[in-house]
Design a protein around this ligand. Structure first.
Ligand SMILES: [Zn+2]
Length: 255
């Protein structure tokens, strides 16, 4: 593989990550995505070009605003790095074609939705529902195919809707957010009906590991402490798209 092109794809991914950061932060603050330009949230200092380079600026600035020295959240470089790695992984898996572009859009929506969910416990409808429509439309051109895509979306939604209603009926409280139920339309369309059991199982394992991580960090997890489930579902779907075939092969060999 051409190293130069791979480098370019990674940098492109980190630039996309930079845009995702803008979407995440401005959604949480209720600001417009396109106006005003990038600025420090504390002193409103307009960022110059060298303060706006994905990953590098955070290192150059040592995680602080150049004017007021306010700390810059480590989530910014984190999102840029994740976007860079995932874009590169998509290029590795699918090459530079239609699939690469379609999955890049879907992964972008999942990254933005996940980081909003992590910080606010909200999965915005405008992301989950438009993501669902896009994923269903894209399924005509993606390996999953429209039949499996539509069946996956419908079943995923129904399964999570039943769990949500059932839990509420049994316990009298919300166990699963409505946003997760709507997100399943998009994820079901991405992994297809046959990928749905793997998606649900893997996301549950990731959520469990995530809770242990929160717990180790000293955040007391009580029975009622909610953890955002959207990021774990998204992670499972992304890994399924990238390595589902490899994982299933391995699974069949072991059994
Ligand atoms: Zn500042």
């Amino acid at each position: 593989m051409d190293n130069c092109l791979a480098m370019f794809v990674f940098i492109l991914g980190t630039c996309l990550g930079s845009f995702y950061n803008v979407c995440i932060v401005r959604y949480l603050k209720g600001e417009s995505v396109f106006w005003p330009g990038s600025h420090c949230p504390v002193c409103k200092h307009r960022l110059s070009w060298w303060e706006n380079i994905p990953l590098l600026s955070f290192l150059l600035l040592r995680g602080k605003c150049s004017r007021c020295k306010a700390k810059i959240s480590w989530l910014y470089p984190c999102v840029e790095l994740i976007a860079g790695i995932l874009t590169l992984a998509l290029y590795w898996k699918f090459g530079m074609g239609l699939e690469f572009f379609l999955y890049t859009i879907l992964f972008g929506i999942l990254i933005v939705a996940s980081f909003i969910d992590l910080q606010s416990f909200i999965l915005p409808d405008r992301l989950t529902l438009s993501g669902g429509i896009l994923a269903l439309g894209f399924s005509f051109w993606l390996p999953v195919g429209p039949k499996m895509g539509f069946l996956g979306a419908g079943s995923g939604f129904l399964v999570f809707w039943s769990i949500q209603k059932g839990y509420k009926w049994l316990k009298g409280q919300e166990g699963l957010g409505g946003g997760d139920v709507k997100l399943m339309i998009m994820l079901g369309a991405m992994v297809g009906l046959s990928g749905l059991p793997v998606l649900i199982f893997a996301s549950a394992v990731f959520a469990l590991l995530g809770s242990v991580f929160f717990w180790l960090q000293g955040k007391t997890i009580q029975a009622k402490t909610p953890i955002p489930y959207g990021p774990f579902l998204s992670l499972a779907a992304i890994l399924y798209v990238l390595a589902g075939d490899v994982a299933l092969d391995l699974f069949h060999k072991i059994l």
